[in-house]
Ligand binder design. Sequence first.
Ligand code: ADP
Ligand code: ASP
Ligand code: MG
Length: 463
Amino acid sequence: MTRAVLKFGGTSVASPTALESVARIVASHKGDRVVVVSATAGTTDALHLAAREAEQGRAAEAERVMQDISKAHANLAADLLGVNGGETMEMITELTQRTVGLLHSVAVLRECTARTLDAIVTYGEHVSAPLIAALLKARGVKAEYVSAEGLIITDDAFGHANPLMDETKRRVQATLLPRLKDGVVPVVTGYAASTAEGVTTTLGRGGSDYSAAVLAAALNADELQIFTDVSGVMSADPRIVNGAKPLAKMSYAEAAELAYFGAKVIHPRTVLPAIEARIPVRILNTFAPADAGTTITADPVFDGSVVKATTSLGGLGLITVQGAGMSGVPGFAARVFDTTAAEKVSVLMISQSSSENSICLVVPAGSTERLKPALERMFSAELRRHDVERVDVDTPVAIVAAVGEGMRGTPGVAARVFGALGRAKVNVMAIAQGSSELNISLVVSEPDREKAVRAIHEEFHRS
Ligand code: ADP
Ligand code: ASP
Ligand code: MG
């Protein structure tokens, strides 16, 4: 008997039509299956908004947001379950009251700690999972709601907690295996987890994919199926490129690279637990379940393509530390990175010109305001001596990345990328190539971002 973990994302669980499709997919799946669900699309964002309102002392606004979310779920339950939805309705009311209570406490204290926030924002999965379990039961599937709290055990890094695999594996096997043996389909909350003591944590935004990968690894599943609203990983974000095509196969390395550079379709950390357990991951479409989708496997996939996909990540800033006196000075780059570390700024891309006259860092746009003065402080002596000329900031910028195993050892790829960008009149502000030769990434100004993605895609995917 095969065993699969099926994860359904936000848009897959947000409407009666989508949910009926989910029920059909789960019902027709042969073999053992565990279902993992996200909150309905937009709910987690709204919960974060409610928490921010409460933190500003606006309890009434926070409560209004909660009532809207609650009503949307009650409507879904009424549509799908009709008169059989009594228990689900009660569950929604109870959870809403609890979360409103938390928001009131936040409003009184005017403080929302990361720990409290996790307790608030997991409302979305805590209502969607039992709702979907009830729907599956109503459609003839022996399903049971299982909270991931007490099941996926993490450290206490609230907001982006890390699963503790040994303990998680023990609990997952003890809880889920007997159910699978009885033919029950567990419906587990994505995103949410808990510490060993039972305090609610979350796995980071978009973390339901991660939850599903952790469960797949803990259960030694044969396959992890991630159902979303597109038919697999595409050669570019379909919202940017009309002619983007789904890719049949890609390697974990390619998928991780794509995810890192903005292809939101899979969560970067998803890749890890699955890679380690060598479980194939399939990205499938809830709305077109017969489509082949994309299969992601551990080994490189050479399909004759050079650039397999083009992706982009916006909302960034480019910081350039420039000066002739930097060349050959040992420890210079180290001081740049000491500064970013001290400011707790994550660096997405680094590039240094061969003359060592400048070093460029790409960081989240919001962090440039504190990073520039921090770098100026770090290099104040060099600035006075003009060994460092200046610290420049360009914002907003975007990283555009071309990714593919076929680039390794293929000459002329960079020339084609830059030729295409030149013809599209896109100015490239910085360049980096991963040493794996799996990607070429470059920085462009935010207004040029979509044009750049389309130009590179057109160059390599003209059919
Ligand atoms: P879910 O709610 O199911 O987790 P997400 O919104 O997180 O779905 O991810 C799916 C979305 O990712 C798609 O609707 C698509 O717009 C976007 N996306 C970005 N880049 C790509 C890509 N290269 N291939 C497929 N989808 C992409
Ligand atoms: N609901 C969570 C989020 O929106 C997790 C997920 O959907 O994967 O971030
Ligand atoms: Mg997602």
